[in-house]
Design a protein around this ligand. Sequence first.
Ligand code: NZQ
Ligand code: ZN
Length: 385
Amino acid sequence: MFNFEFHNPTRIVFGRDRIKELNRLLPDGAKVLVLYGGGSVKQFGTLDKVRQALGSRAVIEFGGIEPNPRFPTLMRAVEVVRGEQIDFLLAVGGGSVMDGTKFIALASRFEGKAEDILLGRVKPAQLVSAVPLGTVVTLPATGSEMNSGGVISHQSGKYVFFHPLVFPQFSILDPTLTFTLPPTQVANGVIDTFIHTVEQYVTLPAEGRFQDRTAEGILRTLIEIGAATLDNPTDYDARANLMWCATNALNGLIGAGVPQDWTTHMIGHELTALFGLDHAKTLALVQPAVWKVRREQKRAKLLQFAERVWDLREGSEEERIDAAIAKTETFFERLGVATRLGAYGVGAERIDDVLNALEAHGLTALGEKREITLAESRKILEAAL
Ligand code: NZQ
Ligand code: ZN
């Protein structure tokens, strides 16, 4: 196991009706900006519950944060934070609202050019302050509720940033808030969580036994509840397990001290930026292709994944690896999510566009050993056709 440092300061408040406790969780007298997306929280009454729970505090609202949140939208919120002297941000929504809020938290207190935070031109030490934030999660998927990262769309790309100052102070995880999700977003949540887990697990052996066993536990739980939570949207326990899996898949726990390979996410972000596919939809088609192209390098962990996650113990090594990849694809397809680019009308003629975007964003050495060059990414995209 590698050396690591693990610190996660986010308080999780889990269960039914916990929005009521916002009053206890927020500083007294804080002037609060409540941020949300395209309106689902208004439609389903979550925003009303939040308003009620905030009591007599001064509250301003900022709606309209779009999926794959865009820089100009977020900069409008930064103006509100500065103009109104906001001192607490409350994100109510999915990954896009939470990520957007984290960016607003940093950009509002940064005196330089805010886009430089995204473009990697600002060193972490130059960001010395952020507006404190909390979240009310409505879509279990990204893990943003308990990590310090965010993904923001700017011009033609998606940019990832991290900063310890934007760990949420608290996140409210009420599984009943997810009952209103359309099936396609539930499938997205299961798949995003699955892929976050395998990107920290199907890598190279590193004797991270706790991390491996925990990753396997998350994957097996997702396989157990995936179909049930889609078929029965009000199955509280299925949603509760999905929610807790999503949070733990990307809060630093299973990735501590082990190799990580974020190739699928990096290629996936380009597919979202170019073709407008949902984040998780891109992952379902890239990940099996990564395994097909990198099966030699990942052989030991693919065999472990086959045995411990899919119970595949019979047959040759090749057969077990093939079967594990096929079972994963069938699982995604059962959730209604395609595992081939062609399903979205994207053909071989667009591969160069994806490779050009990867190059423009400096993503030319991906993978746990930084061996995935553009030529290797081409093979992966070809395998995903
Ligand atoms: O905008 P509203 O009207 O609220 O509707 C949203 C949106 O259209 C809807 N929705 C959310 N909760 C709902 C609901 N509809 C009904 N009932 C509810 N309870 O769902 C749609 C999608 O929401 P979005 O927040 O975009 O989805 P998700 O949570 O999947 O977030 C995706 C974003 O997170 C980034 C992705 O790149 C993408 O931009 N990621 C962030 C990560 C992180 N911070 O650690 C890691 C991830 O890998 C990911 O990259
Ligand atoms: Zn993801």
